[in-house]
Design a protein around this ligand. Structure first.
Ligand code: PRX
Length: 632
């Protein structure tokens, strides 16, 4: 029920039922105790909730900031906790994954079956020469084999680097090359809105640019003809039919601080960075946050409708739900295929109890009206979640009223690829304000600071920072520790800079505003201006390009590009299409600019840096601000 708190903003209080079943009943008490003794609290959680091959010696080693380490000396493997231990108990017969293809194919795996498939594929990978510490690139659609491949890598101590299936040739090439993967796993294609995305063809083209790959394993999903390079390419199903696909394989004993995966994400400048996460701290962080924030119970059916190729999928489709022994639903295709009620149909048919998605999806489905969800029985839902960008109150209210039927609190979770897990988020007991991610997760020290690093006052906008280490924090940028320090820890010494701006209201509620750097969130996907610009200038027609994000009602932001043409090229609608397609081919469809303007010059500083904020102010009809550094 909504009530006024005396100010203009509305507050939604949890029902008696939600309060009665909350895993965490008293937010303030637990937050305070975790702030007082973070290492002690995490130590206890890690001991009680997980199995370790050997205990750790130091819970938090903060002797060399910002290179913090957690559970130092502990021996563990996240897959042991996500699968092996469940396959030994009654949970072996519980469903781990319930998968639905876009064409209504259905496949499900019990913990026992998933454990077996992962073990068999782990044996295959080992037989193909993959060793502890090797990087393996995975490029697939949302099919069970993607999850099996990730877990199989982790089981043998290999480091997976998943590239989102919506990325294309150059994005894939760059990530393969940077990770120096020798083995890659893909599928022939992926289904999207009834069409085939030709993943294998894209991979082939990327491999022409990245010769490091010696072995490519291909899952058959769509069945169209693909080229198979003799000696390099192998069908997944062929390998899994060989004796090398042995279900009996020991899970590799890892140090808690050994790398689990790389995940590339866009930063302020230049190439995407490989964010590195580890077995121990990541495991403890993702499972605990899911359990507390979404009140996960044994009987839940959890659906995180993200893509495993992004951090949301890594943490909350793959690892956290399995660590908790939860049943997850995974859906391959588009939310509105074949009709705009596909998602609500899935909720009803599979009895989903907790749904976690992004504001852009909510806004997209909201446009089709209430009749589509209303024709389904959504009474199984208990809690809802949102992630990826600020959720506008209108979308929040629709989600709450129509999907949650006024019954389901919405957990608006703020976090990042770098943080690995929720950092600012309500718990089910938290009174909610639509549009605010509310309070720090217990024990997290959030602040909002000005240019000098001093805390700002209530309702003032400032830089969002994190002031103390947390278990799932990124450990470094792979092979670029210097960039890790510069990018995140140098602007405000001793504080982790998130790259976001935010304000905090009188009640201590945090309102995230958006990125303050050159990252653009398009439909919740994180893209760097640099990636799109370098794709544009890789076309012979363009000598210089600048891109900005401009607000869009459904997608949050859309990309607007400004290009200076090479001599001999004339502006035309046709050239706009050619360039948009070129960006789609190089980076991926999500990176295509919505509009391209041809210009004679770009605003630059005297040192030659493009001033995107000036372009943005112009595009939005706003004051262009201080132009004193602009090139004459
Ligand atoms: O700007 C914030 C926004 O997404 C960024 C992180 O993007 P990525 O690493 O791709 O991870 C997305 C999924 C965790 C943040 O810096 N963001 C994420 N969640 C929220 C959000 N902005 C506002 N509210 C959120 N709940």
């Amino acid at each position: 029920m909504a009530q006024s708190n005396g100010m203009s903003d509305e507050v939604y209080y949890p029902s008696e039922q939600i309060l009665a079943q909350a895993n965490i009943a008293d937010y303030d008490a637990i937050h305070q105790s975790m702030l007082r003794d973070p290492a002690g609290c995490w130590d206890q959680i890690a001991r009680e909730e997980f199995e370790w091959f050997e205990p750790w010696k130091t819970t938090l080693d903060d002797s060399n900031p910002p290179f913090y380490q957690w559970f130092v000396g502990g021996k563990v493997n996240i897959v042991h906790n996500a699968l092996d231990r469940h396959a030994r108990t009654w949970r072996r017969n519980k469903l781990a994954l319930v998968w639905e293809g876009e064409n209504y194919d259905q496949r499900s795996y019990s913990y026992q079956q998933l454990h077996r498939e992962v073990s068999r594929f782990a044996s295959v990978l080992r037989a193909m020469g993959v060793r502890k510490g090797d990087r393996v690139t995975i490029y697939m659609g949302r099919i069970p084999e993607l999850i099996i491949a990730m877990l199989a890598c982790a089981k043998i101590g290999a480091v997976h680097s998943v590239v989102y299936g919506g990325f294309s040739v150059e994005a894939l090439h760059e990530r393969i090359e940077d990770s120096e993967s020798r083995v890659a796993i893909t599928s022939d294609g992926a289904w999207l809105r009834g069409n085939v995305v030709p993943l294998k063809d894209i991979m082939d083209e990327a491999l022409q640019r990245a010769p490091t790959i010696q072995t490519l394993i291909v899952v058959k999903r769509t069945g169209q003809d693909v080229h198979m390079e003799p000696g390099r390419d192998f069908w997944y199903h062929d390998l899994m039919n060989l004796p090398i696909a042995d279900a009996h394989i020991e899970t590799e004993v890892m140090d808690a601080e050994d790398p689990l995966f790389l995940l590339y994400t866009s930063g302020t400048t230049g190439k995407p960075k490989a964010i590195l996460h580890t077995h121990g701290g990541y495991m403890v962080g993702v499972a605990t946050t899911l359990k507390w924030v979404f009140d996960i119970k044994e009987e839940d059916t959890w659906w995180c409708a993200a893509d495993p190729g992004w951090i949301t999928g890594h943490s909350y489709i793959v690892y956290a739900p399995l660590l908790l022994g939860t049943t997850s639903v995974i859906y391959e295709g588009a939310p509105n295929h074949p009709f705009p009620d596909r998602w609500w149909d899935i909720v009803e048919r599979h009895g989903v109890t907790v749904l976690y998605t992004a504001p852009t999806a909510i806004r997209g489905l909201m446009r089709f009206g209430d009749a589509w969800p209303n024709r389904h029985d959504l009474s199984s839902l208990r809690l809802l979640g949102s992630v990826g960008e600020p959720i506008n109150p209108e979308a929040w209210r629709w989600y709450h009223r129509v999907i949650g039927q006024g019954r389901c609190p919405i957990m608006d979770t703020w976090w990042q690829t770098e943080t690995a897990h929720f950092m600012i988020t309500p718990l089910p007991v938290t009174p909610l304000k639509p549009g605010s991610a509310t309070k720090p997760f217990p024990g997290v020290q959030i602040d909002i600071v000005d240019e000098d690093g001093s805390p700002v006052g209530p309702n003032e906008e400032g830089y969002l920072v994190i002031k103390s280490p947390w278990p799932g924090m990124m450990r470094t940028i792979y092979r670029d520790a210097e960039r890790y320090v510069n990018q995140y820890w140098s602007r405000f010494p001793g504080m982790y800079m998130t790259g976001d701006s935010a304000r905090r209201d009188e009640d201590g509620y945090i309102w995230v505003i958006g990125r303050v750097d050159d990252v653009i969130k398009v439909s919740g996907y994180r893209l760097g201006t640099a990636e799109v610009e370098s794709a544009l200038v890789s076309h012979s027609a363009v000598v210089e390009a600048a891109v900005i994000g401009v607000p869009d009602e459904v997608r949050g932001n859309i990309i607007r590009a400004y290009c200076i043409l090479a001599t001999g090229y004339e502006p035309s609608a046709h050239l706009v299409e050619v360039l948009r397609d070129h960006v789609g081919h190089e980076v991926g469809p999500i990176a295509k600019p919505s509009s391209i303007e041809f210009v004679d010059s770009l605003p630059k500083t005297r040192s030659g840096k493009i001033m995107r904020r000036v372009l943005k102010a112009r595009a939005l009809g706003q004051d262009e601000g201080d132009l004193s550094t602009l090139e004459a």
